[in-house]
Design a protein around this ligand. Sequence first.
Ligand code: DI6
Ligand code: FE
Length: 404
Amino acid sequence: MPTDHDYLLNNTRIATMATGFEPYGLINDGVIAVSNGKISWFGPASALPATYAGWNEQDIDGRLVTPGLIDCHTHIVFGGNRALEFEMRLNGASYEDIARAGGGIVSTVTSTRKAGLEALIKDALTRLDALISEGVTCVEVKSGYGLDHDTELTMLRAARALATKRNVTIKTSFLGAHAVPAEFKGRADAYIDDICIPTLKAAHAQGLVDAVDGFCEGIAFTPDQIERVFLVAQKLGIPVKLHAEQLSNLGGTQLAARFNALSADHVEYATDAGAQALAKAGSVAVILPGAFYTLHETQAPPIDSFRKHGVPMAIATDCNPGSSPLASILLTMNMACTLLGLTPEEALAGVTRNAASALGLADRGEIREGLRADLAIWDVQSPAELSYRIGFNSLHSRISGGVQ
Ligand code: DI6
Ligand code: FE
């Protein structure tokens, strides 16, 4: 017998995003049965089993249903903003110049340390709500603007708190190796050993860490320093991911692959060999068009290599105050297509199936029996419309864990 929480979505077009059923795994005149927060059946109305007779029905009026969207790389917890640096860049300074002059990530660190838990939650909610309004049901949130023991933990607590304020899944990544804080200037190794690693251990002991991330870059940490953090993550049984080859190539992609990373992110300067390494490791390449756009980057990630070697591609907002002040997953999809040449189908897979893989989540990202009922319902005819429009939100409604 169905409970009050069990229902059928009738008269839908379903983009299941199941592989092997391209384009989009489309099913016309479809039905989705939701039971106990999960998808218990989906398919064409003509094949609906008789056991579903008498269930509550909702007529979706022919609208398109997709998996709930997943933003698998964000920094939405932070204090302050960096509009001033936006102005500086437009007056000729580069992102790296600003970082070296003590601005950039380190300036957000100052505002984040001052903010306190409640203000961090309140500010992050404005960005989370923007994502939710576009059908997002799962968001990854990184630390990395504390860079001291207490503030890194506060950031992760703020991220966890978001899931108690909204019907959304939050996955946390510890990004202690994001930048060298001012008090450790010129002493990156000491920062890794004395702050980053002990803080990771403490955060893990408090259940605050779902993955460990790092920034492998000339203005951040060397592959050797990142490796030291990854070895600790490995010992603790926490999966890793990496900001790799964003501004230059230091071999971060290969390093991530050696640790069977969930993902290598940015990857503008990754090579064909890097793509092969990711393919072998089963890691996802996370493409971040918002940072590419904001920094006027001209080197595009090697999309053709990822395709050729079968590396799954996810896309994400990278929502952060410096290189990607972007809280629109739909605009991200459009940018991935228009700036980087992804197809609309790759863009949708990038915020559903492949984004789930980038977070190690096997229970979502497609419309399939047994998966979580995380769904987005759209006022569009074809799935390509989601990537095609600019600055237009066609979300009709959203279901997270079966709850509307
Ligand atoms: N790469 C990025 O794009 C963000 N962090 C990172 O490692 C930028 C963070 C910032 O500029 O505040
Ligand atoms: Fe990032």
